[in-house]
Write a protein that binds this ligand. Sequence first.
Ligand code: ATP
Ligand code: MG
Length: 337
Amino acid sequence: MRVLSGIQTTGHLHLGNYLGAIKNWVKMQDTVGAEGGECLYFLADLHAITVHNDPAELRDNTRNMAAALIAAGVDPDRSTLFNQAQVPAHAELAWLLNGTARIGWLNRMTQFKEKSGKNKEGASVGLYVYPVLQAADILIYQSTHVPVGEDQRQHLELTRDIAIKFNQDFGREVFTIPDAYIPKTAARIMSLRDGTAKMSKSDPSDMSRVNLSDDVDMIAQKVRKAKSDADALPDDIAALEGRPEARNLVNIYATLADTTPEAVLAQFAGQGFGQFKPALADLLVSVLGPITTRYNELRTDTAQLDAYLAHGAAKARALAAPTLDAAYDALGLLRAA
Ligand code: ATP
Ligand code: MG
């Protein structure tokens, strides 16, 4: 079992990333490791350049993201943690796969439609072929399981289609066909300002999310100002229907406390947000506090962070090499041995 997952190096890690993805990455180090498998986690800096890119910011974001992941519990010794740019095989394989991916397939990708907005002609070519690079990220390591949020399911399907077609066209099993792994318990955290929109790095309002870099005061302020309503919490989860903000705050509490929304309501039924919000802020601070402290220590030690990434990249390059060779060879591309 080989698990692969990545995160874009745009902005800071937020609560949604942590509860929806990273917490699960940390868990998988144990569960996958216990079965003799391995986890590869990468920073998608090559994906980050498909949208507006400030080079100094990208450099900072890449290191910050590495620091945040390690602070959250990703262990650079047990997992392979690296940034794409240090493993050229990602970009090389993406080019090779461009011969297999069909324009019609890419035209169906909803993420491109969302991220390119109204100005499709002005979007970068990179944004359009982004899913092919994602396919390369996955296939280069013969990954068997790819933990993805619902938002990435379509890209994983495309990856499977590319791998199947390549193997068929060239008559060799060059690539393992990966499976999506969508954990049943994966939390979907919504914006603090709008209970119907996903909490997101790219939301222009910083008040919409809790960042792993936020201090205690900032967390308390964001929770206090989070959109809610004037009603008390019910004792039945069904009664939260039509109250997306209330539902989201209860859900955040439950996920942080490793319990169910039902159990949270059993505890807080009858109380209003004047009472619930301070409890939520306390819980957030107690869970995120140690992570934030470690994050702030690590962030300043760029030499150490660069060493971690270099170490991970060396491991990743060694894992990628045989697949890249097999793909060049299957295509009939001559290279000196
Ligand atoms: P962007 O706005 O740039 O797309 P993002 O906040 O969506 O950023 P990604 O880097 O796209 O973050 O996603 C990283 C991981 O975090 C993915 O596995 C994604 O499914 C997960 N994730 C992102 N936002 C949430 C959220 N609000 N709740 C749960 N999981 C999330
Ligand atoms: Mg996203």
